[in-house]
Structures are given as structure tokens and as C-alpha cells.
Design a protein around this ligand. Structure first.
Ligand code: SF4
Length: 197
């Protein structure tokens, strides 16, 4: 396959330009997160973990789940959690039947840090908000399909999207969720559903 980073290839090929554009956007995400992490003297992954724990169920706030979610090793997540505990941003609730196993809870200070840092993504949110609805729908359909295919290639290991959910079906081009008992339009497709199975 021709290199997308070779500008002669990139500039004469739409596929390469789209992939190069996605790389740029992912760099923006990293830059914004890094700026915020410097401001709060936290690492990017510490901020990401705090935000994830705040908005997901307890069964997803375990070392194993977080390791899969963020494609990191269990020791790396465990060390990061230890540092967050030292900073008094999280506490651990140990399993009564297994003293090595625990779920992670945010302290009130941890919750405050989430409120203050989660706006790192605002510049991207504003751009999307100002786009026309028809363009957003096309973009959303492409993103959800891309995520599904990346999961099938085992590049994204955890995902809770309709397109891989047992409650999802598609008949005559119409998506349907049997749990919510409703048709799903493009804008209804989720990539992180609390009811995903
Ligand atoms: S809305 Fe949730 S429960 Fe329904 S199909 Fe999508 S992921 Fe599954």
C-alpha cells in the first residue's frame, strides 16, 4: 500500500487524504488533553480514567475493564490508580470474596477535577455543533461504521456500540433496538450505551 505520509501519494488520493485528516484530528485530541493535564499536574491517562469512571457503571470501574478500555496493561492502570488514590481523587471498594479485587470510586475532589478538565474537548465540540445536520449524519454513519470495523480487526478492544449489540437488528435497511423497542435512526446509533450487551 502506498504511504499516506508521502505527500505526492497523499495529495493525489482522496483515501490517503481522509486518513491523514483523521491522524491530524487525533493529534488535536492529544494536544488538547495534554494542555489540560499540564494545567492540573495530572497525566493525560489520569484525566481520561477519572472521566471514564465518573460516567460509567461500577462494573466498568475495575483494573481489568479499564486496561481493556484504554488498551493498556493492568500494571499500568493499577499504578495510575495508585497515584490518583494518593492525590485523594479516588477510593477503592474491595470485593468481600476476593481481597485483591476492587472497584474504583471518585471522591468529591475527584468529581470536581472531572468537571474542571472534561471541557478540554470543547474546541472540537463547537466545530461539530456549528455543522449542518445533513453533514453531521453522514459523518456519524461513517464514524460508527469505522469503529465497528476497527473492533472486528481487534484494534479497538472494547466497544459498546449498537452495531455489535445483541439487542440490535437491521431489517430492510432499518435499524432496530429490541431493548428500547424502537427503530434507530442514524442519529440514534450509540457508540457507548449503558445497556449494551
Ligand atoms: S441502544 Fe443500547 S441496547 Fe439498544 S441496540 Fe443500541 S447498544 Fe444495544
Amino acid at each position: 500500500m502506498e504511504s499516506i505520509f508521502n505527500l505526492d501519494n497523499q495529495n493525489s488520493n482522496l483515501d490517503s487524504k481522509i486518513v491523514a485528516g483523521l491522524v491530524r484530528v487525533s493529534q488535536v485530541f492529544k494536544t488538547l488533553l495534554l494542555e489540560k493535564s499540564k494545567e492540573y499536574q495530572l497525566s493525560p491517562i489520569q484525566i481520561q480514567l477519572l472521566i471514564f469512571i465518573e460516567y460509567h457503571d461500577k462494573d466498568k470501574s475495575t483494573i481489568s475493564y479499564l486496561a481493556k478500555e484504554f488498551n493498556l496493561s493492568k500494571p499500568t492502570i493499577s499504578d495510575t490508580i495508585k497515584l490518583l488514590e494518593k492525590k485523594l481523587y479516588i477510593t477503592k471498594t474491595f470485593d468481600k470474596n476476593d481481597s485483591r479485587s476492587y472497584t474504583i470510586n471518585l471522591t468529591p475532589t475527584g468529581k470536581m477535577i472531572v468537571l474542571e478538565t472534561e471541557n478540554f474537548i470543547d474546541p472540537l465540540t463547537k466545530i461539530i455543533k456549528n455543522s449542518a445536520l445533513n453533514k453531521k449524519l453522514i459523518l456519524w454513519e461513517s464514524i460508527t461504521n469505522m469503529i465497528k470495523q476497527l473492533n472486528e480487526l481487534e484494534i479497538i478492544s472494547v466497544q459498546r456500540t449498537c452495531l455489535k449489540c445483541k439487542f440490535y437488528s437491521k431489517k430492510s435497511n432499518q435499524s432496530f433496538c429490541s431493548l428500547l423497542n424502537q427503530n434507530l435512526k442514524i442519529e440514534d446509533i450509540r457508540i457507548d450505551c449503558l445497556d449494551f450487551e
